[in-house]
Design a binder for this molecule. Structure first.
Ligand code: ATP
Ligand code: TPS
Ligand code: MG
Ligand code: MG
Ligand code: MG
Length: 346
């Protein structure tokens, strides 16, 4: 049966999946997929940006939470998000797959179709990969390559006291979406209210903020801007910026962009929405700091492209701590995002 075909040799598989990808960068690609390694010519005057992130079945996804297509999409999206967080334009990617016996050929091809969707959107070329077997769980590791102007430094360590803290999108939706997939789905026969699709999309198909990163890269040539993408959770990312820069970061709770849909869903579940907003992670929006004098122009540049830009706090002189400022004053905010080695949230 077509749906149950097994992967029986890696060579035929590699040949088939490589044929999915259009060569957008043929001129720079001196040796494409198919040899011991690929060779490409970097663009003159550009720094090469390289990053890698892995997704593991059971940790980053389950068959119940993500379709094969979505797993492929997200494995590439999370890497493009790290390129975005450096202000880069993505150019190439490399895929490593460790495949257990219980994944059919058609499921594996679907994973590549999910990646292809994003590869076409951002015009990035597949440069190669590796395919091996593994006893239990599917592991997908993607390495993404990009380029950024040599003088752009959107680093975690670039925050200075007296700057504005900003994010480029809503927070918490992805974590709420995961909760919905694991615990909150309506009983059989009852359709999912349409509004909740926003939460599922945030978890299953996050959009990497590459265009926003490119805008910030232009400002970074003039101003000191720090930047991270939100993978582990706002509290963790803000703590990374604060610690790397040696400043304190203050998050104004009231200014956090939180969707009405998330608030309603959290209420229905009896969960404090801010556990998702501050600690949920996987939002893949950008968070950073910028000088006050740059913020008005940044807002305008974002608005001109219909991108949201939310000021959510500020930095002060300090020792690398993060504070949450609410109606009752300020409380210390420790990193409460995802920690792989704690087996649960901090
Ligand atoms: N096992 C490792 N060996 C060497 N360097 C590593 C290893 N793991 C991570 N790093 C490096 O540590 C730095 C931070 O990586 P990290 O994975 O925490 O960032 P991130 O990708 O932005 O976050 P996330 O993985 O949550 O998306 C990067 O420079 C990364 O290359
Ligand atoms: C089935 C399932 N359970 C839990 C989660 C949540 N989760 C896993 S890894 C991670 C942080 C980012 O990972 P990394 O630090 O590796 O980039 C988060 C928030 C999920 N996505 N799927
Ligand atoms: Mg990483
Ligand atoms: Mg990152
Ligand atoms: Mg990452």
């Amino acid at each position: 049966m077509a749906g149950h075909r097994k992967l029986d040799h890696e060579f035929a598989f590699i040949k088939e999946v490589s044929s999915y990808f259009k060569p957008y960068r043929a001129k720079q690609t001196l040796v494409p997929v198919g040899d011991d390694a690929a060779v490409y010519r970097p663009a003159e005057g550009m720094g090469q940006v390289v990053t890698t992130d892995t997704m593991v079945e059971g940790i980053h996804f389950k068959r119940e939470t993500m379709s094969s297509w979505q797993i492929g999409y997200k494995a590439l999206a999370v890497n493009l998000s790290d390129i975005a967080a450096m202000g880069g334009r993505p150019t190439y990617f490399i895929i490593s797959m460790a495949i257990p016996d219980d994944w059919t050929l058609d499921e594996l091809l679907e994973i590549y179709k999910g990646m292809k969707h994003l590869a076409d959107q951002f015009e990035v070329d597949l440069l190669g990969g590796d395919t091996v077997s593994i006893p239990d769980h599917l592991v997908i590791s993607v390495t993404a390559i990009g380029e950024v102007e040599e003088d752009v430094r959107l680093l975690r360590s670039q925050a200075k006291p007296g700057q504005i803290l900003f994010v480029t999108g809503q927070l918490g939706n992805a974590a709420a979406g995961l909760d919905l997939l694991l615990h909150g789905r309506p009983a059989d026969g009852h359709p999912l209210p349409e509004a909740l699709q926003l939460l599922l999309d945030a978890h299953q198909q996050p959009h990497p903020h590459v265009a926003q990163g490119r805008l910030l890269a232009q400002f970074a040539r003039e101003y000191a801007i720090s930047l991270n993408d939100v993978s582990d959770g706002l509290s963790s990312e803000a703590n990374e910026i604060a610690a790397a820069s040696g400043v304190d970061v203050v998050i104004r709770k009231e200014q956090l962009p939180v969707s009405r849909i998330l608030l309603n869903y959290a209420h229905q579940r009896g969960i404090d929405p801010y556990t998702w907003v501050l600690g949920g992670g996987e939002d893949f929006v950008l968070v950073g700091t910028a000088p006050v004098e740059a913020v008005e122009r940044m807002k305008q540049a974002f608005a001109a492209q219909n991108f949201p830009f939310y000021p959510i706090g500020y930095t002060t002189e300090g020792t690398g701590c993060v504070w949450l400022e609410g109606k009752q004053g300020k409380v210390r905010l420790d990193p409460m995002g995802y920690n792989h080695f704690r087996q649960k949230r901090d």
